[in-house]
Ligand binder design. Sequence first.
Ligand code: NAD
Length: 478
Amino acid sequence: MEGRNFIDGRWREGATPFETINPSDLDEAVGHYTKAGIADVEEAMDAARRSQPGWAAFNMQARADFLHRVGELLVAQSRDIGTLLAREEGKTLAEGIGETLRAAQCFHFYAGEVVRPQGQWYNSMREGHNVLVTREPVGVVAAITPWNFPIALPSWKVAGALAYGNSVVLKPSTFVPGCAVKLAAILEEAGLPGGVFNLVMGDGRAAGNVMIDAADALTFTGGTETGRVVLKRAAETMTKCQLELGGKNPLVVLDDADLELAVEIAANGAWIQTGQRCTGTERFIVTRGIHDAFVERLEKAAKSYRVGHALDADTQIGPVANLPQFNANLEFVKNAQVEGAELAAGGIALEARTRGYYMAPTLLVGTRNEWACNQQESFGPIASVVMVEDLDEAIAAANGCDYKLTAGIATTNLKSAERFRKGSQAGMVMVNTPTAGLEYHVPLGARAPSGYGPRETGSASAEFFTESKTSYINHGAA
Ligand code: NAD
C-alpha cells in the first residue's frame, strides 16, 4: 500500500520515504510511506489547534453519529484491515480481523459516551447557592502508539479524544503505520471536519517532541524507558500525560488450581499473539505441590502450537513483529540460560515456508524471581517458572518486580483469590482467566512504572480527555 500523512484534511507526502516488510515473508514489502518532517508535524499541531473549538461546539448528535459511522466503516473493512495488519505486524488473520472489530467496538462505545451524562450537581454549604462540576475538552491531544496493536490501540485513543470534543494528532509506530493510514481514510470518509484528526508518521523523538510541546495532553503507549523520556519532556510544558507502559505480568498457580484450566490460561497468556501483548504472562509463580504436573503439561502445550505465516489458515502463532524484537528475544533466552534458567521448550528461531521472524514458544524453568529474566520485560513468546511454597510467598513474588500492569491467579479457593486480588499491586487482576484480554468498557491502566496518569478506555478516560470545572452559583434564596 501507499500511505501518506494526513494533515489539516489533506493527504501529504512527507520528507523521508520508508517501507515496511512482512515479518512472515521478508521478501515481501507491505507499505511505502513518507515520514513527516518537523514543519509537517508543526502544521498538524496548528491545524488541530485551529479546528478544536469548532469540533467541541459540534452538535452532540452529529458527533455521536459520526463516531458510530466510523465504527460501521471499520466493521465493513475488517477483512481488508485485518489482512493488512496480519501482513505488516504478523498477527494471524483471525487476530487481525478480531482486532479491527475491537477498534469498531471502541468507536461504537464512544459514540454512546457523547450523549451520556457528564458532570455533577452539589448542594452548597451556603444558603441560596449550589455547585456545578462540568467537564470541558482538554484541547489538542497528541497520541503516540506502539507496534503491537496497530488498529485497536490508536482507535481507543482517537475515539475517546474525539468523543469528548478534542482534536488529535496521531503518530503510530513506523513499524506498522498501515492501519493508522486506513483509520485516517475512514475518518475522512465519515466526514470529519479538516484538522480535527491528523496523522503524522515519523521518528519518535523528533516528531514526538514537537507534538508534546504543542499539545494540551499526551496519551502515550510504549516501553517504560520511552515513557520516562516523554514524561520529562512533558514536564517542561506541563502537558497532561497518560502513559501506558511495559509489564512483567505474573500468573500465580496454587496447589488447589484446576490444573487443566491453569495450563490453558497460562499458555494463552504467554504465547498467543506471539507473546506481544503488554498484558501477556511472563512469569509463572507456582506452589510446590502442583509445580511438576503444571510444568509438564505446560511444556507440552508450548510444543503443540503451530507457528507459521500469519495468513496460513492453520497458523496459531504468527512471527515476531520485527527484527529488533526478534533479536532481543533470542538474546533474552541466552542471557536467562547464562543466569541458570533451564530451557524446557522453544528458545530458538524456526523455519516456515517463507523467510520470517519465527520463534518457538519458550518456557524457562528452575528460575528465581530476582533473576533478570523475571525482572526485565521480554515482550516476546517467552515465560519462566518460579517455584514458591505458599500463597504468601506467591504474593510477595508477584509484587517483587518493578512492573505493575496485570497479575493473575489460578485457584479454586475463593479466599485465596480474594487475598491475592487485594494484595496485588498490579493495575488489573485476573482470577482464573489469562493475564491478557481486556475489555473496552472498563478502565485500563497500571501503577508506575507500568503506567502513569489517568486510566484509559471506557468512561474512565473522561478523566484524561477532559478538564473539570467547578462553578459556585448564587441563585438567591428560593
Ligand atoms: P516504544 O516505546 O519503542 O515506542 C512507542 C512509540 O513511541 C512509537 O510510536 C515510537 O516511535 C515513539 N517514541 C519513541 N521515542 C520517543 C520519544 N522520545 N518521544 C516521543 N515518542 C517516542 O515501544 P514499542 O517497542 O513500539 O512497543 C512495545 C512496548 O509497548 C512494550 O514495552 C509494551 O509493554 C508496551 N505496551 C504497553 C501497553 C499498555 O497498555 N501498558 C500496551 C501495548 C504496548
